[in-house]
Design a protein around this ligand. Structure first.
Ligand code: ZN
Ligand code: FE
Length: 262
């Protein structure tokens, strides 16, 4: 393909798994490669591939939790796909073939995804960013109007992870791994009741869910304006959750703790 010829965009399919997980198929028409991000189970992935007449060639894992890697071994046995996952967690990703980190990035078909090391939810969590396609696959780190629980990391780690993602362009589509948006919105409204963009987004989310539509992907434009976990350095949130001399990461930790109790 010549340099000035536009690339064929990646085709991305969203499908539900388990009770509230999403799987994502990523298809690269230039190479015919197809990846699934975080297969909780095998059957829905195979069905989604079949519906598009695509053959699974890769698994991209963000972290080791069972609802993200549960389908790895069955899919590898069925398709011979290559499993890509975080180098830091190589011992906890079933069937891993290729370990990646921020320095290596991840090769997929004709594409190269940038990797962000985003610990906090787990100690080895990574996110995949396809810059040309404005697509971010962030697992359980950033959610639409929320963020992941701190199972293995500190608020300081999560805040620095969220800042890496917040630095990406507004048009970035946020493919997070769970449909938690409506319950996240309920908490977010208590955290920042004066945020008009959040109130408007909450209405949109309610309408989407009432119509049976997915709320994923979100965009970073929406999340920067509405998501309290990306806004821990905003004065209103600092006033409500922080105190004098508190670091932004401490405010983030206080918001996360309030959400845990919510
Ligand atoms: Zn998780
Ligand atoms: Fe999860």
């Amino acid at each position: 393909m010549s340099e000035n010829q536009a690339r064929q965009p990646l085709e991305i399919v969203v499908f539900p798994m388990l009770s509230d997980n999403y799987g994502f198929l990523i298809h690269d028409p230039a190479s015919n490669a197809t990846a699934v991000v975080d297969p909780a189970e095998a059957e829905p992935v195979l069905a989604a591939c079949k519906a598009k007449n695509w053959t699974l060639t890769h698994i991209l894992n963000t972290h080791h939790h069972g609802d993200h890697v549960g389908g790895n071994l069955a899919l590898k046995a069925k398709t011979g796909c290559r499993i890509i996952g975080p180098a830091y967690d190589r011992d906890r990703i079933p069937g891993i073939d290729v370990t990646v980190d921020e320095a290596s990035g991840a090769d997929f078909g004709s594409r190269h995804a940038q990797i962000f090391f985003v610990p906090g939810h787990t100690r080895g969590h990574i996110a995949y960013w396809f810059a040309e396609d404005h697509a971010l696959f962030c697992g359980d780190t950033l959610f639409a109007l929320g963020c992941g629980r701190l199972f293995e990391g500190t608020p300081a780690q999560m805040w620095s992870s969220l800042l890496k993602l917040r630095a990406l362009p507004d048009e970035t589509r946020v493919y997070c791994a769970h449909e938690y948006t409506q319950s996240n919105a309920r908490f977010a409204l208590t955290a920042e009741p004066e945020n008009e963009a959040l109130a408007a987004q909450t209405e949109k989310v309610a309408a989407a869910r009432a119509a049976g539509r997915f709320t994923i992907p979100s965009t970073l434009k929406i999340e920067k304006a509405c998501n309290p976990f990306l806004r821990a350095d905003q004065p209103a949130l600092r006033r409500r959750f922080g105190g004098p001399g508190m670091k932004d990461a401490d405010v983030l930790g206080a918001i996360r703790a309030a959400k845990d109790r919510f």
